[in-house]
Design a protein around this ligand. Structure first.
Ligand code: KG4
Ligand code: ZN
Length: 378
């Protein structure tokens, strides 16, 4: 009880400083990256990354062909303190110079989320700082602002290993979901098909590299949801068909050709559904900006395909700098700073959430997946 009361007074302190610079330590541990970063948010909304440390656990999981939750959680425990200290050292700051500490509180592998969130709570308590519990997806949603001071609102395509959504983003804590995947995420399709092709984990970057030497025209992959009037996605049919075809590939050239066909098919579906969302969005907004974020946004073919769709619809196009497409803590620090600016701080007893939709109302009213025991998914 005492702790919660202390927190309300901190909340007051944050809201008073309406236009002052805010410096926030961000922590990210929701999947297989242990990351910490310090970001400064100035009064005019511009963000400067003072440090961004990402420790990838890829080597720990490679032998298993995917992320093993128990191994991930244990590795986060071992790494988080050193990674956070390095982020502070590289920023050249003392904990006393921070205005808040932000940590991913979900969605993700809950064992890992608990590690970063607990560490953030410890720093907040020890240094008498406000805690900001950040939704990992909100981090991706603001990540383009790490490259340049993008103004809200914008239309966002969030494409990562676990999510594929189109969102109208008006600011932190203020987003409407326009569409989502009804089965797999695009990154998941990349990873599973890459695995079937015998490529390493994570599959997306490996498949992109292989596709460079391929020509996929001879493969006829299924096109999902063609003609549907909504902005939803589906990748499971493509995943199954491509995985079957992978088993029939005899030469390296066959595999490269299939990789190219898969990448083209995923890019095409992302473009088709985005095209629909852009048209709906243009009816409602004058400020026409289309942002793509999340790990899959690192794919060059996908970026250029989406850029072309944006241009066709009269939208400016933006993707985060490559380093901030895949998981990182700078995006968590920035989302935390923007929340702190709005006075949206969190109680010290905030729980880690394995599931946490960005647009909770939409996820509950119109679930793309049946809500499970742990609540609505995306
Ligand atoms: O955003 P992220 O780092 O983690 C999640 O929040 O899921 O995204 C990881 C996903 C993985 O599925 C990975 O294969 C995919 O992003 N990815 C890519 C590329 N780089 C990462 N997919 C296609 N092409 C890439 N270059
Ligand atoms: Zn992510």
């Amino acid at each position: 009880m005492m702790m919660a009361a202390d927190y309300s007074s901190e909340k007051g302190r944050a809201t008073e400083a309406a236009d002052a610079d805010l410096v926030v330590l961000g922590l990210e541990t929701s999947c297989d990256e242990t990351a910490a970063s310090v970001v400064r948010l100035t009064g005019d909304g511009a963000a400067t990354v003072l440090s961004s440390i990402v420790h990838s656990q890829i080597d720990d999981h490679a032998a298993f062909g995917g992320v093993v939750p128990e191994i991930a959680a244990r590795s986060h425990v071992e790494m988080i303190d050193g990674v956070a200290r390095r982020a502070m050292a590289e920023a050249g700051l003392d904990y006393g110079q921070l205005d808040g500490v932000a940590a991913t509180a979900g969605p993700g592998l809950v064992g890992g989320v608990m590690v970063g969130l607990s560490y953030g709570k410890a720093v907040a308590l020890a240094r008498d700082l406000p805690l900001i519990a950040v939704n990992h997806l909100e981090g991706h949603a603001v990540s383009a602002r790490l490259g340049e001071p993008v103004a809200y609102p914008f239309l966002l395509l969030l494409v990562s290993g676990g999510h594929c959504q189109l969102l109208e983003v008006r600011g932190v804590g203020d987003m409407t979901r326009l569409g989502t995947t009804i089965d797999d995420a695009a990154g998941e399709a990349f990873d599973k098909i890459a695995k079937a092709l015998g490529l390493g984990y994570p599959g997306g970057p490996a498949l992109e590299k292989l596709a460079e030497s391929g020509d996929g025209v001879r493969f006829d992959l299924p096109r999902a949801l063609l003609g549907r009037k909504d902005c939803d996605f589906s990748f499971s049919g493509l995943k199954t068909a491509a995985s079957r075809l992978a088993a029939t590939c005899e030469t390296d050239q066959d595999k490269a050709d299939l990789a190219d066909a898969v990448q083209t098919a995923i890019a095409r579906q992302l473009a088709e559904r985005s095209d629909r969302a852009l048209k709906d969005y243009a009816d409602l907004h004058e400020h026409r900006l289309f942002v793509v974020a999340g790990g899959v946004a690192a794919n060059r073919t996908i970026r250029s395909t989406l850029e072309a769709v944006a241009a066709k619809n009269g939208f400016a196009f933006l993707a985060p700098p490559m380093a901030y497409c895949t998981d990182n803590a700078a995006m968590i620090a920035l989302a935390g700073a923007e929340r702190l600016r709005k006075g949206l701080t969190s109680d010290i007893d905030t729980a880690a959430r394995p599931r946490w939709p960005l647009d909770e109302q939409k996820a509950l009213a119109d679930p793309a997946h049946k809500p499970g025991r742990k609540g609505a998914k995306a």
